[in-house]
Design a protein around this ligand. Structure first.
Ligand code: NDP
Ligand code: MG
Length: 397
């Protein structure tokens, strides 16, 4: 029986994870669940899965959850805040942690899971983008097993059977990898006239053609910052330099990524675009379990298309490659500026095409330094948020 904590249980990944767990009650039990604001959803999950502990974002949320659970006769222990998140991520009762909080808020609890030597199912790519080598070192020192949930990285992992569950893979194992081919759908604005992008609404940006996801990552997919963050994520997970990672637009999202080997072989992982596949893969690894995802019907799909990304249409992709090459705290800067800019876009404070400009402004305005500690990374994150806020306030005045 694997005992599991889900950080971010009320989100898109959290709900998909619970869907897979519910199919295999003989293999998995839920130790703890967390949410930030959606207390009623979390209460319903606690009624169904009966975790020992639940954590929310505020004291008021904790009081509300406690009342809901008492009324339902559920004995889950309730807490709130970051220290409580770190506690449910590293508790001795836990075997596996699904890290599915969105953004930098997930760094501390995800790191706590890694330091606790857990099996870490990593969806929260922002945590790894920010902390890079520090995170990888913490995982290795504590003997944590990192399994990628992001569909592309899970695909790459599956296309590297020599990976053996160890991070990072390529550099250390000299695995004969020529290139990592990271596929991207191109999002909702792949073919739209760039000049009309100023007018797009948050709902249009969040209407992804192939995946159903939370709003932040959906906007990231529309700007392709998501792919940029994934390039950095692939760098850390697989130990591959920027030059070894190539982004390929593949609008059908059937091939989730590929690995090209020096002998000319290209391995790909295919499937319907549904996150329950990588979630089930990582949960059961190295075994296979049913996920509820329909089998792929290739004759129905019939055509698979590929094209090169246009860096002018998607400047965020170029900014992410720049941050990866710059190293140090530059990816943390990029990530924080992006989080602020995306939130400002969702709050109707800036237009869609201002997202990349805000990030570029912050990257130019602030120096980045060495990422020698998590404190240095968090200081860079805070400085970038302040700079982005100030810049946005000036724009909207
Ligand atoms: P959602 O927005 O759907 O869910 C986010 C979860 O995190 C919710 O449970 C939310 O709680 C919680 N949360 C939000 N802010 C905080 C905070 N400050 N502190 C603690 N918890 C918080 O996001 P997704 O599920 O789409 O994405 C989660 C992560 O997985 C992201 O890093 C994303 O990049 C990654 N990912 C997602 C994919 C997808 O298909 N959705 C695919 C690949 C990666 P509440 O809702 O209660 O406020
Ligand atoms: Mg992805």
């Amino acid at each position: 029986m694997q005992r599991i904590t889900i950080l971010g249980a009320t989100g898109s990944i959290g709900v998909s994870t619970l869907d897979v767990l519910a199919r295999h009650p003989e293999r998995y039990s839920v130790y703890a669940l967390s949410a930030q604001t959606r207390v009623e959803e979390l209460a319903a999950q606690c009624v169904q899965f009966r975790p020992a502990r639940a954590v929310v974002g505020s004291a008021a949320g904790a009081a509300q959850l406690t009342a809901l659970l008492r009324a339902a006769g559920v004995a889950t222990e309730v807490d709130y805040g970051e220290a409580a998140l770190c506690a449910i991520a590293s508790a001795p009762e836990v075997d596996t942690v699904m890290a599915a909080i969105v953004g930098a808020a997930g760094l501390a609890p995800t790191l706590a899971a890694a330091r606790g030597g857990k099996k870490v199912l990593l969806a929260n790519k922002e945590a790894l983008v920010m902390s890079g080598q520090l995170f990888i070192d913490a995982a290795r020192e504590a003997g944590a097993v990192l399994l990628p949930i992001d569909s592309e990285h899970n695909a790459i992992f599956q296309c590297m059977p020599q990976f053996g569950g160890k991070v990072p893979a390529v550099r250390e194992q000299g695995a004969g990898v020529a290139k990592i081919l990271l596929t991207a759908s191109g999002g909702p604005f792949l073919t739209r006239d760039v000049e009309t992008l100023d007018a797009v609404t948050p709902d249009q940006a969040c209407k992804h053609p192939t995946w159903s996801m939370g709003r932040k990552i959906s906007v990231d997919s529309a700007t392709m910052m998501n792919k940029g963050l994934e390039v950095i994520e692939a760098h850390w997970l697989f130990g591959a330099p920027a030059e070894q990672i190539e982004v390929v637009i593949h609008p059908q999202s059937v091939i989730h990524s590929m690995v090209s080997y020096v002998d000319g072989s290209v391995l790909a992982q295919l499937g319907n675009p549904d996150m329950r596949t990588p979630i089930a893969h990582a949960l059961a690894y190295p075994e296979r379990i049913a996920s509820g995802v329909a089998q792929l019907d290739l004759t129905q799909i019939a055509t698979l298309q590929f094209e090169r990304p246009d860096f002018k249409r998607f400047p965020c992709l170029a900014l992410a490659f720049d941050a990866l090459r710059a190293g140090g705290t530059a990816p943390a800067l990029l990530n924080a500026a992006n989080e602020v800019a995306v939130q400002a876009f969702l709050d109707l404070k800036i237009g869609f095409r201002q997202i990349d400009r805000v990030i570029a402004h912050v990257m130019d305005a602030l120096p980045h330094g060495a990422a020698h500690s998590i404190e240095a990374v968090m200081a860079q994150d805070a400085a970038a948020r302040a700079a982005a806020d100030t810049h946005i306030a000036g724009l909207s005045r």
